[in-house]
Design a binder for this molecule. Structure first.
Ligand code: GLN
Length: 502
């Protein structure tokens, strides 16, 4: 195992800039780690070794000419398998798209290429991003590097497991209800859901368009900020992209100072259903903020209680409309096309076999919620709740600069533990969903381990386009964790720790 794989992207960028290493060497080290460890964690669905080595060689050649594309030129990255990538399959974890190679790159992917990053491959996910464990992937679940019998969260568990197991220093995720932050929390990695509209959705296969938001998955706060600065900013190809420049994120990540910051602890995120270890770690993190000079107050967001219910109407409604395009004609799988079946039969047979159980459950709920006569009763009511949730945030942000909560009520659960119980699975996103409904910035940072040695995350929530405040708090917390426990948790997760699983 090369020690390069445990370094953060910003450390590696310094080594590249100093001429101490080459991108090809760095890329090779990660490809070797993928070969050795991916069979255990199933984080990657597709590895593009040749493409990555060619991109790395290009980066080295560019650097030799004195032309550098960005701060992260030559650094490897993995991409969740719902981002369109030319030359690489994009399956969304579904049989429905098995083997489909998109004809264009998502804007975020295109920006990575322009910035000179080296794309290692595509990561596993719950089918079309529906789930909190990666267990709905048609290609088998990913496993949590901290304990291989446990889930790495979802839907972006592949990206988070890959980062936690040092298969890559950086990854991209997408967060519709928590799919970057919840996997981040349970794998001890940093996961950021930018402000809705802050990172382009163009070329990210849509789950629920009014909630989806791409973002970074990394081991350090600065790495997320650097990556966010590359993929973020206005994109004319996405009509919901915000035409405003991003705040200075990397500067905020390095400030390490929370003096004078007003921090609101959301009263509703705690109590029944929350593990005592999670609450204890959270209380400790709040104390760190207070000791660091932040002013901590309790705030109430009474409508958050209804956020999960509203989400499970709005999300399936949008999903049922977005997934209608998978009709056996336009993309991927086509079954039953034997010359006798008509088009409707071919579509029905293909959908029947191509979609998994969770996808079908949600498509049926969504179609029902939008059906004539029920539209106002279900979808309309949920949209009203969404407005109330956004109002709670407005009131809270009138008093506070940021809000904090545990990212998840529990640490990583065991594989299979919640597969037969959709409600238990959905509750993994209890704390993350309100920010998707309201569209504000939110992130998860590692704050320590439970008694059983499993990671716990702190969620930091900021107003729209104040993403820098998440990074400011994250950078402060990371420095605190490092000074208390060493860089183990923040920088290298389990691979070099005393709890190494291989
Ligand atoms: N776990 C949530 C769900 O199943 C969130 C998914 C996501 O953010 N893509 O819908």
């Amino acid at each position: 195992m090369s020690e390069l794989i445990t370094k953060s992207a910003s450390e590696l960028a310094d080594l590249l800039a100093d001429g101490q290493i080459k991108s090809v060497e760095l890329t090779r080290a990660h490809l070797e780690q993928i070969q050795a460890v991916n069979p255990k964690v199933n984080a990657f669905l597709h590895v593009d070794a040749d493409g990555a080595l060619a991109a790395a060689a290009d980066s080295d050649a560019r650097r030799a000419r004195g032309e550098v594309g960005s701060a992260l030129d030559g650094i490897p990255i993995a991409i969740k398998d719902n981002f369109c990538t030319t030359g690489m399959p994009t399956t969304c974890g579904s049989r429905m798209l098995e083997g489909w190679v998109p004809p264009y790159d998502a804007t975020a992917v295109q920006r990575l290429k322009e910035a000179g990053l080296v794309i290692l491959g595509k990561t596993n996910m719950d089918e079309f991003a529906m789930g909190s464990s990666t267990e709905t992937s048609a290609f088998g679940p990913s496993r949590n590097p901290w304990d291989l019998e446990r889930v790495p969260g979802g839907s972006g568990g592949g990206s988070s497991a890959a980062v936690a197991a040092c298969l890559t220093p950086l990854a991209l995720g997408s967060d519709t209800g928590g799919s970057i932050r919840q996997p981040g929390a349970v794998t001890g990695t940093v996961g950021v859901k930018p402000t809705y509209g802050g990172v382009s959705r163009y070329g990210v296969v849509a789950m629920a368009s009014s909630l989806d938001q791409p973002g970074p998955v990394t081991r350090t706060v600065l790495d997320s900020a650097l990556l966010h600065e590359i993929i973020g900013g206005h994109d004319p190809m996405d009509s919901t992209s915000i035409a405003q420049s991003l705040p200075a994120l990397a500067d905020a990540a390095q400030r390490c100072d929370v003096r004078g910051l007003k921090v609101g602890v959301v009263k509703e995120f705690g109590g029944e259903g929350y593990e005592p270890d999670v609450e204890a770690r959270f209380a400790e993190a709040v104390q760190w903020l207070q000791d660091g000079g932040a002013e901590v107050v309790e705030v109430s967001c009474p409508h958050f209680e209804y956020a999960l219910a509203a989400y499970y109407l709005i999300m399936p409604a949008e999903l049922s409309s977005n997934l209608a395009r998978f009709d056996a004609v336009r993309y991927g799988l086509r079954l039953g096309d034997d010359g006798r079946n008509g088009m409707e039969a071919v579509t029905a047979i293909t959908r029947g076999q191509g979609f998994g159980k969770e996808a079908k459950r949600r498509l049926i709920i969504g179609t029902y919620a939008l059906s004539s006569g029920y539209h106002d009763q279900f979808y309309g009511s949920a949209q009203k709740v969404r407005t109330l949730v956004a109002g709670d945030f407005d009131r809270a942000f009138a008093q506070c600069d940021v809000l904090v909560s545990p990212t998840t009520p529990t640490v990583a659960f065991k594989l299979g533990e919640r597969t037969g119980d959709p409600m238990a699975m959905y509750k993994a996103d209890l704390c993350t969903i309100p920010s998707n409904l309201a569209g504000n910035a939110s992130a998860s940072f590692p704050i320590g381990l439970s008694a059983a040695g499993l990671p716990v995350g702190l969620q930091v929530i900021a107003p729209p386009m104040a993403d820098d405040r998440c990074y400011q708090v994250g950078g402060f917390i990371e420095a605190k964790v490092e000074s208390d426990t060493g860089p183990l948790l923040a920088k290298a997760a389990p691979i070099v720790g005393s709890k190494a699983v291989w």
